[in-house]
Design a binder for this molecule. Sequence first.
Ligand SMILES: [Zn+2]
Length: 312
Amino acid sequence: MELNKLWAEKMSWLIPEVEEHDIWDHGFKIRIVDKSSGFREFSKEVKKVILAVCRRENHFIKDKLGDLNFILVGSTGIRRVLSRKARGWVRAGKKNIYLNLNQLITDNKKEQDKEIYKTVVHEIFHLNDDYQSKVLLKKQALGKRVRKPSIISKNRKARNVREAIQFFFHGLRIEGLAEAIAYYSTNISSREGRIEALHLKAKSEASKINDLLLSYFSNETPRAMKKKLIKVLKEELRDYKYSIGEYMCVRITSTEKNENTSTLIKTKPLKFIRKYEAAEIKSGNKPVVSLNSKRGILDYNNILVKLSLLNK
Ligand SMILES: [Zn+2]
């Protein structure tokens, strides 16, 4: 008996529990596939939050998305090592949202529910993002070196610095907008003053990346040190696009009357950087990032030029 139970527990991700819910008023079905094991109570909690999001956030679920699949995973069933650190991700081409219970569980129940809610909104938003699913999925969007699935999976390890830089600058609009939407889905009352805090954070993070890049480009930095530095640089590029991108969204929408989340979702990633630059200059500040004007703390074109010189 005990052994059977143990076996069942071990194998539960192979024979996942599936529930289907009809959200009648919106006319679509959501399927929750539970592949996590050892999260019994917590997975119930996560399912509750998923249903709450789907009922409440119908303004961007309705019409556009249709049926959705949520796949709850725990420590087993995650093939890619790097995904183990992520709270959620989406699979390209499918209406699949993966939620990593291992990364969502905390001691603070209230915070935990908020995090789950935000993660679900963030991932649903990705599925709704045409540029992410269509334009960015085209190889030519980033050049042939970047393969198809890598763009959508933010956690995939960039192979080299150049690729990490490309992911960063393209990810600003994709992750930033998803973050902004997710934040406002749970914090409607605390918008005031947020832009200043986001600005400070974005400036400090961009400067950190810039410092690392300067050491990376410098001939005086020893080889062994460069190796370590690249590791940190890639991590920062991967993590900071969320907060810097979110700040850029907030700056644009608060400065430009005609810009909002619906216009930004139609904005291509590089155009988004231009829009941001203009909004920041209008606000009287030095941009945190720029496309090719060299005005930003991080300038995309300038970094690419320096990288190409380095490879010669
Ligand atoms: Zn994301």
